[in-house]
Design a protein around this ligand. Structure first.
Ligand code: 5GP
Length: 211
């Protein structure tokens, strides 16, 4: 039976290690997952490549994408726009891939509203102190940006309980496997197997009358 993939949203505080987690998950299970690449108006960080980490857009280009309904969702985060291109997500889900969106909470809730079957995962470091250390250690942000990201983390923490699962990123290896298990298990939820249930019920009815 042809099965559509599961749309999974991964959110978490900036600096929680989501990026590394996603890369590792994709590297281990390239046939299972597809990672959506977002569009953004923020400037590339050192080492980031257009079309790999993000599609880097001007504000005008981004606003055009919004007007043409080319984004599933978009949000403003620390003065920049971020959004999920529609085409890629729909194509990959149809191909049966589990598509992962690594997006912040406003976007996550919008996706859930538009596609109620979306699985929401929230990644958090084990402690708040650890988060601040990771942001400073990254060395790519100014102190101002770090502070605004910590403030934003406080706001985002308010929405954690709207996610289906919390994933504590203590150890990368374990965290990747846990995430994979959660998504795999999700395929067995009854509401995701309506076709199967329908056909087995029909077969049972048929076989019942055959004795
Ligand atoms: P960063 O600038 O650190 O790459 O990302 C900042 C935040 O924007 C992160 O929380 C990231 O998950 C989120 N983000 C990345 N892409 C998207 C997107 O397409 N839509 C939304 N709503 N948030 C996104």
């Amino acid at each position: 039976m042809e099965k559509k993939g599961i749309l999974t949203v991964v959110s978490g505080f900036s600096g929680a290690g989501k990026g590394t987690l996603m890369k590792e998950l994709l590297a281990r299970y390239p046939e299972t997952y597809a990672l959506s690449i977002s569009a953004t108006t923020r400037n590339p960080r050192e080492g980031e490549v257009d079309g790999r980490e993000y599609f880097f857009k001007t504000r005008e280009e981004f606003e055009k994408m919004i007007a043409k309904d080319e984004l599933i969702e978009y949000a403003k985060y620390v003065e920049n726009y971020y959004g999920t291109p529609r085409d890629y997500v729909e194509t990959k889900l149809d191909e049966g891939k589990d598509v992962i969106l690594e997006i912040e909470i406003q976007g996550a809730l919008k996706v859930k509203e538009a596609f109620p079957d979306t699985l929401l995962l929230f990644v958090t470091p084990p402690t708040a102190g650890e988060l601040k250390n990771r942001l400073i250690g990254r060395g790519t942000e100014t102190m101002d940006v770090i502070e605004s990201r910590m403030r934003r983390a406080c706001e985002e923490a308010e929405g954690m309980d709207r996610y289906d699962y919390l994933v504590i990123n203590d150890d990368l290896e374990e965290c990747v496997e846990r995430m994979h298990e959660i998504i795999r298990g999700e395929h067995d939820r009854s509401f995701r197997n309506k076709e199967f249930m329908k056909s087995i019920k029909e077969d049972l009815e048929r076989l019942k009358g055959e004795d």
